[in-house]
Design a protein around this ligand. Sequence first.
Ligand code: COA
Length: 414
Amino acid sequence: MAAPAAPAPTGSAAARAVRNVVFVDGVRTPFGKAGPKGMYAETRADDLVVKVIRELLRRHPELPADRVDEVAIAATTQIGDQGLTIGRTASLLAGLPRSVPGYAIDRMCAGAMTAVTTTASGIAFGAYDIAIAGGVEHMGRHPMGEGVDPNPRFLSDRLVDESALVMGQTAENLHDRFPHLTKERADAFAAASQAKYDAAVKAGKIGPEFVPVATRSAEQGWGLATTDEPPRPGTTVEGLAELKTPFRPHGRVTAGNAAGLNDGATGCILAEEETAKELGLPIGMRMVGYAFAGVDPEVMGVGPVPATEKALSRAGLKIDDIGLFEINEAFAVQVLAFLDHFGIADDDPRVNQWGGAIATGHPLASSGVRLMTQLSRQFAERPDVRYGITTMCIGIGMGGTVIWENPHWNGGEK
Ligand SMILES: CC(C)(COP(=O)(O)OP(=O)(O)OC[C@H]1O[C@@H](n2cnc3c(N)ncnc32)[C@H](O)[C@@H]1OP(=O)(O)O)[C@@H](O)C(=O)NCCC(=O)NCCS
């Protein structure tokens, strides 16, 4: 095995300068429905991550594996096949050289997003040149809340309301806080998400980022996962109106206007811009800045609002500078709260133009890199757009936003 190339000296504090970080490329497994009938029911979570890492390297033979300086993989439930420092174990299983280190990350739904921002910060600082960041959640093998032991003081000291720990109830709370965000609006947004996703699949926009996964089932034998399992094309607002409200009697949140319970993994290559050029790696997008913010855990869905305000203000940008939005659709009401705050219409074409998690699924810690991968591919189609954001709400009351610049920007010509 070749010895890793000696890194360029970056250690002198006096000489230190922040370096540009680029998103090279992202891939994901098709997402599955969690549960015994789901396509990944008998597939290990760490094997999904292995597929993603191997696919990134397969697509980029110009990247010598020993130039990867770090592998950060997120999972919300870090036990069993999602435990054991999954960034490290999945790297070894994927055949990366033993000299490449790895670690695990948890920030619930924003796990992969945090894997990106954390390794990107390491790149900007000069600690790494190249990193692989991603996430996985096998909600079939690891149902939400598995093994958790919340400190009783949360409730006895009334630090949070009981509903703060049940994400669907936090979405009901958001409907309470913003009564004008009605169930009808949430259902219309959800039906549109399904329709946009369906159109994007038919137009060949969704799929090029997939790595097919061999599956097995004791009943059905071997299979190959090549498409997302959760989407429900043909969803209508009339059909959605009939659904039960599992989080509250006569509530507003349903299986149709919420993301489901899903299995899947995502990953991306991040690089210092000059290193990417030196190696001939493509530049999908350039990181402008990011921010995370805390909100009341009882209304965690509002998190993207302060996170985006913070990220925009630190970057010296305004919401009108953003030409494309990839917002995670944990719940329709939570996206509506974001759009409403910034004065963006529910059906604004800049928002989730290929549909969102309500259609495609939301394997918690993996989703951040799905948003980024889609945004980078939209940038390539839209040289008239300079900036885009990826943003998501996060359990226990947080939001995360990353602002990206389009390397294909043509100065604004349509
Ligand atoms: C909402 C939730 C409880 C629903 O779980 P579920 O009951 O297993 O969901 P199902 O897929 O079985 O759907 C329930 C029903 O709605 C129907 N349905 C779901 N989506 C539909 C759609 N788009 N159109 C019409 N019907 C739909 C299903 O067919 C099913 O009908 P049935 O009861 O007659 O079989 C679950 O998806 C959930 O907890 N989601 C939130 C996940 C979450 O919190 N993530 C973290 C975010 S921070």
